[in-house]
Write a protein that binds this ligand. Structure first.
Ligand SMILES: NC(=O)c1ccc[n+]([C@@H]2O[C@H](COP(=O)([O-])OP(=O)(O)OC[C@H]3O[C@@H](n4cnc5c(N)ncnc54)[C@H](OP(=O)(O)O)[C@@H]3O)[C@@H](O)[C@H]2O)c1
Length: 239
């Protein structure tokens, strides 16, 4: 697959772009010519990723966002509409993972935090950005789910529920938007080497963030007559 310049002129919005998978996806799409809007809460992290992309000759801008807040999502959508009038690629990647407790010991606050970030967040983003794509009669929405959205996750029921929910949302919205030329996909990685959920000491056996970025790059360069519903990405070796 030839990458450079394939996405020239396109605007890509990546949530959770300050680190981990989102940073890797942002760098990859920027290297293919897209202008990246780097969305997350931590402005210093966004500035650092922007700097890295600029040093490599790419284009990116910080787009501060708390996707738990409807007003924050609406403000970003308004500014993207006014400044660019389009959003070609939306990567709903931001997510949190609070695990380690059985559901009956999980507080309602932790449950709400999980669902509002991992499930309601992508809903708010699609609600805000799909109209721009519908106008353009084109677009890619890529939701970063998890193998935990297919498998049981002992002591991680709230996380697992958020990702099972995200898969249902993804497949349903794909049916709603395909008539507008908008392709909606899920990527479901297994363990990825990031700081997510506290990370772990030796992450070399895990899927690397760049591996997930490679899959996103593949999805958004799919030829126009087809679309990818979902890709599962597993570590080759078991821990
Ligand atoms: N790592 C894994 O093993 C793994 C496996 C399968 C799936 N995933 C999924 O992959 C995605 C990315 O995970 P990662 O490993 O890259 O995690 P990470 O390194 O912890 O990064 C998460 C990103 O999400 C952002 N974020 C969290 N809450 C947010 C909010 N309310 N508003 C806006 N941004 C928010 C964070 O930025 P701020 O805190 O600055 O806002 C950060 O940039 C998640 O959806 C996760 O569920 C990860």
């Amino acid at each position: 697959m030839s990458h450079r310049n394939t996405l020239d002129g396109q605007i890509a919005l990546v949530t959770g772009a300050g680190k981990g998978i989102g940073a890797a996806v942002s760098k990859r799409l920027a290297s293919m010519g897209a202008m990246i809007l780097l969305a997350a809460r931590d402005r210093e992290q966004l500035a650092a990723v922007q700097q890295e992309i600029a040093s490599a000759g790419g284009r990116a801008e910080p787009a501060p966002l708390d996707l738990r807040e409807e007003s924050s999502v609406a403000a970003l959508a308004q500014s993207v509409k006014e400044r660019f009038g389009r959003c070609d690629i939306l990567v709903n990647n931001a997510g949190i993972g609070i695990t380690g407790q059985p559901l009956h010991e999980t507080s309602p606050a932790a449950w709400d935090e999980m669902i509002s970030t991992n499930l309601r967040g992508p809903y708010l983003m699609i609600r805000a950005f799909a109209p721009l794509m519908i106008e353009a009669r084109a677009g890619h929405i890529v939701n970063i789910s998890s193998l935990a959205g297919h498998n049981p996750l002992k002591n991680g029921a709230a996380y697992s529920a958020s990702k099972w929910g995200l898969n249902g949302l993804t497949y349903s919205v794909a049916e709603e938007l395909r008539e507008y030329g908008i392709r909606v996909s899920a990527v479901a990685p297994g363990s990825v080497n990031t700081e997510f959920g506290g990370g772990s000491k030796d992450g070399s056996w895990k899927v690397q963030p760049e591996d997930v970025a490679h899959v996103v790059a593949m999805i958004v360069t799919q030829s126009p007559q087809s679309f990818v519903s979902e890709v599962k990405v597993r570590p080759l070796r078991k821990p």
